[in-house]
Ligand binder design. Structure first.
Ligand SMILES: [Zn+2]
Length: 158
């Protein structure tokens, strides 16, 4: 089986409001996401994507729109974090991303998956999504092996 991986990196602030140690302080990370995909290899003779699962350029556009444009140089805040919410409410020009979870790398990886999944072509499968918070700390989100097409079918039967 052949898998392909594309990476994207961004800068983002966060804090872990209930943390007993230094992570409760507002601080930032250089995040890196690795998206690993599989799927049938294009066999249309003469097509631009012949021999590819998906064009790397298309994944790049997708990751920019789904992740980079929203998160780069933003501050991710848990909606229950009263201190940071109050601060960012007063600073309307600052880029804040309010989320319903504590912004740990585990939760961020799942959030990223939810942004990316609807934009992936129907015949392409997300094998793994890894988000690095530091070069030696990361989380893997490994979805069950369903395609977007399967999900749409399931939803139609409800
Ligand atoms: Zn941190």
């Amino acid at each position: 089986m052949i898998k392909i991986t594309k990476t994207i990196e961004w800068e983002m602030g966060h804090r872990i409001p209930n943390h007993i140690g230094k992570c409760k302080n507002p601080h930032g990370h250089h995040y890196k996401l690795e998206l690993t995909l599989s799927g049938p290899i294009g066999s249309n003779k003469g097509s631009s994507s012949e021999g590819m699962i998906i064009d790397f350029g298309d994944i790049s556009k997708l990751l920019s729109a789904a992740i980079y444009d929203t998160l780069d140089h933003s501050f991710m805040i848990c909606e229950d974090d009263k201190i940071m919410s109050a601060f960012f409410k007063k600073q309307e020009n600052f880029k804040a991303v309010i989320v319903p979870f504590i912004p740990t790398v585990e939760n961020i990886s799942q959030w990223c998956y939810n942004q990316i999944f609807p934009r992936i072509p129907e015949n392409v499968v997300i094998e793994n999504l890894r988000v690095y918070e530091t070069p030696n700390s990361w989380a893997d989100f490994t979805p069950r092996q369903v395609t977007y097409a399967d999900t749409k079918k399931t939803n139609q039967h409800k």
